[in-house]
Design a protein around this ligand. Sequence first.
Ligand code: NAD
Ligand code: UGA
Length: 424
Amino acid sequence: MHRVGVIGAGYVGLTTAACLAHLGHTVHCTDRVPERVAALRSGEIPIREPRLTELVREGLDSGRLAFGTDNAEAARSEFVFLCVPTLAGDDGSPDMAFLDAAVAEVGPHLGAGSIVVNKSTAPIGASRRIAGLLGRDDVSVVVNPEFLREGSAVGDFLHPDRIVVGSDDDGAVLRVSGIFLKIASPIIVTSPESAETIKYAANAFLATKVSFINAIAELCEATGADIGQVVHGVGADRRIGTEFLQPGPGWGGSCLPKDSLGLLRMSGDRGVDLDLLRSAVAVNERQYERVAAKAVRAAGGSVAGKRVALLGCTFKAGTGDVRESPSLRIARRLADDGARVRAYDPTVADPIEGVEICADPYLAAEDAVVLVVGTEWEEFRHLDLDKLGQVMAHRAIVDARNLLDPAKARAAGFAYEGIGFAGG
Ligand code: NAD
Ligand code: UGA
């Protein structure tokens, strides 16, 4: 078992730290936000992830997991995992500021023979840049992209489809692979550049797959076909599969949008036009507009001065994360048209610009001319439609997740529209 430092205690860092401690390693995880560290030390985790609290407490109790703010201390480890944000810069290109800062903070304190493992999604070539910044012959840099999803981070980390280890240093590859010895998943060894490309290509493919089905959903609306039946029939082909083929309000979250733009920018800089991905992004932007337009139509042609109810603020169900949420993109679009948007989300209580947060779905629906389902929270399936209709000014639902039963909604007197089928 090894001594591991983890820099950054967000979705990726905290999951990495807790899971590596669970696997038996001794982990020191840092974050630059002292309040976050204080909460973590008492076993309170700042994000919503199944099993994560349990694993953090297990690590604290066993003494294998510790939290701090001092990156120098975390750097005095055999392996130092970098799990800091790589936000999109103004032009879409990945911003290396957090990563560069983290490297500068750990660099001088790394012992000879230690390995810096970059888990942050960073531009192709980043690991060589990190090695250059470190300027150390006695320290290796390895790329180990992370593929976990929010809402299933622990399960994804402990049971990944694959573990990618990118490095030209065979010894470092062996040592990093050893960390994951207890995880029964294939390890794919690549060059650093390939590992960095794999991460961007995977997210770009997932984004493209969803845009593809959203485009086919638009076609279904024009032809009278039913997207549910189409997905069933297309996805039954094992080469295609039904995963990531659910139509919706467009893809969002902290990574798919950022990484798609990042890849477009990086490829453009190298004279390669990824026009397929560019189209996927354009289709996604159009999808937000299409859902907003459905809401405007349902409201009688204008939402100006009217109330709109929004169910769900997070970018998907199972997370408390509202970053780049399609639901909020649609809400802002409607607010720009003069709507007063009142929202309910089971995980959101803090204010969100342009949206009034309500304590339950029925309060959000009061006097609304249309209700938009933006996130596929299970509890929305079980709404009391009569009660909803009684508080609304007009019985209309735009279900951007195809979550509700159209027949039941229509039987309750609602004009109901989903995505990708007749009346959809
Ligand atoms: P996050 O915003 O949830 O967490 C990052 C944490 O790093 C924050 O708590 C921040 O305070 C801390 N931090 C920043 N600079 C620091 C420093 N110098 N020292 C110590 N702490 C520092 O971010 P995230 O979602 O975990 O993403 C991290 C990286 O992983 C990104 O590159 C992202 O693209 C990638 N990624 C994210 C996911 C995901 O599902 N969120 C999945 C795979 C990959
Ligand atoms: C995504 C990838 O799935 C992870 O593999 C990756 O590690 C991560 O990004 C990352 O790099 O951060 P995540 O952001 O948690 O994970 O979200 P997804 O589950 O991929 O969903 C992304 C968006 O696509 C959501 O808005 C979701 O609602 C939408 N989506 C997904 C659909 O509209 N239809 C689908 O069939 C699937």
